[in-house]
Design a protein around this ligand. Structure first.
Ligand code: NAD
Length: 249
């Protein structure tokens, strides 16, 4: 089960897990995007189900999780990928901005974990991956609300990993630096019209390795973390950042 599977990193994860034989449940509030990802997987012979769902609404999340559990007789993996961004320091952030970011990135992640945990407990197994960000480890300019929410995603990861260790439920998070998705393209188009190429190059160089990451690279890390080969890993944050956190200067 992957939230935000209609676009970017979530879409790459849905396609990658389906290629490995998983039945994939895609939860997204964007119906046409989510349907397109699911149709593409099914057209290639995979198995995907789309659930139109706003993760900020617990009733919608619970109904989607229940439907997926029934259709696939179990859920092995939850990937809390859906998230939204906001550019601004504390003065430029309104109460409404803060609430919006909190609702999707924090409460949405909470809603999905809460809905899935009873099923994981019942089957005594399960893997949860949360999408955090490098913003949960370092101070980024003008990302006040976003960083606050991703810090909460990191600490939710530690808490869930600890509380459900004895139920054979693993919980880890992934912290990407800039990954080239529509998230980035929309940000550049909105904030730097006419300077798209220059800004793309500047943003690429903010990773010491000199480029942005690819959605597929994040999907491959998620696939490993959900596999049995990663059965010794829980309660850990995995940066995938071209060296941003540890060798930036
Ligand atoms: N792209 C990056 O550079 C980057 C870097 C670090 C972390 N991340 C994180 O990775 C995740 C995915 O990012 P992306 O770049 O692929 O984003 P994206 O904007 O391309 O895709 C996000 C998807 O989530 C869905 N979504 C948003 N709010 C939702 C809601 N309330 N309910 C259900 N679905 C909702 C959107 O419809 C969309 O399909 C996010 O959590 C983001 O914060 C991204």
């Amino acid at each position: 089960m992957i939230t935000g599977g209609g676009s970017g990193i979530g879409q790459a994860m849905a396609e990658t897990f389906a290629e490995m034989g998983a039945t994939v449940g895609i939860l997204d509030r964007n119906e046409s995007a989510g349907q397109t990802t699911a149709r593409g997987i099914n057209d290639r012979g995979g198995a995907a189900h789309f659930y139109r769902c706003d993760i900020t609404n617990y009733a919608e999340v619970a109904a989607s999780v229940k439907a997926m559990h029934t259709i696939s007789s179990g859920i092995d993996v939850l990937i809390n990928n859906a998230g939204i961004g906001f550019v601004g320091n504390v003065e430029q952030t309104s109460e409404a901005d803060l609430d919006r970011l909190y609702n999707v990135n924090v409460k949405g992640t909470f809603n999905c974990i809460k809905a899935v945990i009873p099923f994981f407990k019942e089957q005594s197994s399960g893997v949860i991956i949360n999408m955090a960000s490098i913003a949960c480890s370092v101070g980024l300019a003008d990302r006040f609300a976003y960083s606050m929410t991703k810090g909460a995603v990191l600490t939710m990861t530690y808490s869930v990993a600890k509380d459900y260790l004895n139920y054979n439920i693993r919980c880890n998070c992934i912290s990407p630096a800039r990954i080239h998705t529509s998230f980035v393209d929309n940000f550049i188009a909105k904030n730097y019209p006419g300077r798209e190429e220059e800004m793309f190059n500047t943003l690429s160089k903010s990773q010491p390795i000199g480029r942005m990451g690819k959605p597929q690279e994040v999907a491959d890390l998620a696939l490993y973390l959900c596999s049995d080969e990663a059965s010794f890993l829980t309660g850990t944050n995995f940066p995938i950042d071209g060296g941003f956190v540890t060798i930036n200067n």
